[in-house]
Write a protein that binds this ligand. Structure first.
Ligand SMILES: [Zn+2]
Length: 148
């Protein structure tokens, strides 16, 4: 079931961060970056998340993968990728395809990475994704500090 901000659902979400590691930057620049993972406890679902806090010298470049469960018409679990770049006006976030992301070489069994077009094709899909994403960015301490 999709929920949208327009539906007026009260947020009682909670973010549980399970791992926080320093890893090689997935872009190949040889910097170390933080990689976080855990879950976001929503009212009706518990998406898992994974995030890379990258900065190749042009400011914060945040990548979040939300592992959301099944998403029609796919029977298998699905994942959605969002990139956020810090600009003068603030943080700008975009849906991203897997092949443009730090997860481009990951083939995870039983997990379908939704393309940007697949998310946009679902009524209310984009709103649902960004409701979770924006909540995560504002309320996960490390991420909120990173994009400030
Ligand atoms: Zn890099």
């Amino acid at each position: 079931m999709l929920r949208t901000r327009a539906g007026g659902v009260t947020c009682k979400n909670m973010i549980q961060t399970e791992t926080q590691k320093s890893v090689d930057c997935p872009c190949g620049c040889e910097r170390k970056v933080s990689k976080l993972s855990g879950q976001i406890k929503m009212d009706n679902s518990v998406p898992y998340y994974s995030a890379f806090l990258m900065n190749d010298g042009n400011g914060p470049n945040l990548w979040v993968m939300l592992h959301t469960g099944s998403w029609e018409p796919y029977k298998e679990d699905c994942a959605i990728i969002i990139q956020s770049i810090k600009e003068k006006e603030g943080l700008r976030s975009y849906l991203s395809d897997q092949n443009e992301s730090p997860w481009k070489n990951q083939d995870i069994e039983g997990l379908h990475f939704l393309s940007r077009d697949e998310v946009l094709a679902q009524k209310g899909g984009k709103e649902w994704v960004f409701e979770i994403h924006d909540y995560f960015v504002e309320n996960q301490n490390e991420v909120a500090k990173f994009v400030q």
